[in-house]
Design a protein around this ligand. Sequence first.
Ligand code: F6P
Length: 318
Amino acid sequence: IKTIGVLTSGGDAPGMNAAIRAVVRKSLANGLKVKGIKKGYMGLLNEEIEDMDRRSVSDIIQRGGTILGTARCMEFTTPEGQAKGAEICRKHGIDGIVVIGGDGSYRGAQKLSQQGINTVGIPGTIDLDISCTDYTIGFDTAINTAMSAIDKIRDTSSSHERVSVVEVMGRHAGYIALWCSIANGADDILLPEKYDYNEQRIIDNIIDNRKKGKTHHIIVNAEGIGHSTSMARRIEAATGLETRATILGYMQRGGSPTCKDRVYASMMGCYAADILAAGKTNRVVGYRNGQFVDYDIDEALAMKKNINEYMYEIARIL
Ligand code: F6P
């Protein structure tokens, strides 16, 4: 293997730049050439490919987003698109690719590997919803961003004795909501994995808490449940208490990465570079039981991840 490519795909996440920087610099140190592929698989199909050197990744470790750009690409989910992608890699002399993204991005990497291009995935998503790993790039920054925002909402909610519904990101996964509900001391938590559509239970809880002297109430709602504004309206009507909804939205996906995201992303980037240099393919890097590890992509995609029951129980008790 002589030349590798690196791309970011799917939703961006803080720390992706640290991972790109590590892939580039470790691969150069391993004696390989490196090319940056812009805008994920879409950029590959459009041949948006550039040579990268040490300087191309200077001054980026502290920056959110991804300097390579990212996209969700439907064409690459088709066999024609995948064959074209492999052909473009060969044309540009790319023997291996590091793909930074989520499960969907790994599927693309799996297909490229089947077409003879060596691939390694790195978990990059704020959602933490990748089964083969306890850590994904961007989650730590996102929960800290959301936590600070919810602290601020709590201040004003408490002054005005209001109920607040705060919606955090996570269309299919409730990890951000779960962590924030513990970190912010939320009174109720709604996760896509657990929601029973029993709004009355929340209303009863609010009324009960008021009777016990609690003057405000924070509900952390995951994007996967959504409808925070109409939920707030219904809660206000049922309880007679002023209720406000705040949807934190994309601010959770931006910002300077935390120390943990910079360091873990750097470790994973180097690990992926080394795997490719060793000639491995169809692998994905993970972090399990305190160690950086790698799995076969097929095996990784077949794994299941569930919300930690004990953590969920704690979120509700505290
Ligand atoms: O990257 C994960 C995520 O932020 C989810 O939490 C969210 O549901 C989704 O991406 C939003 O994606 P898009 O950028 O396509 O709106």
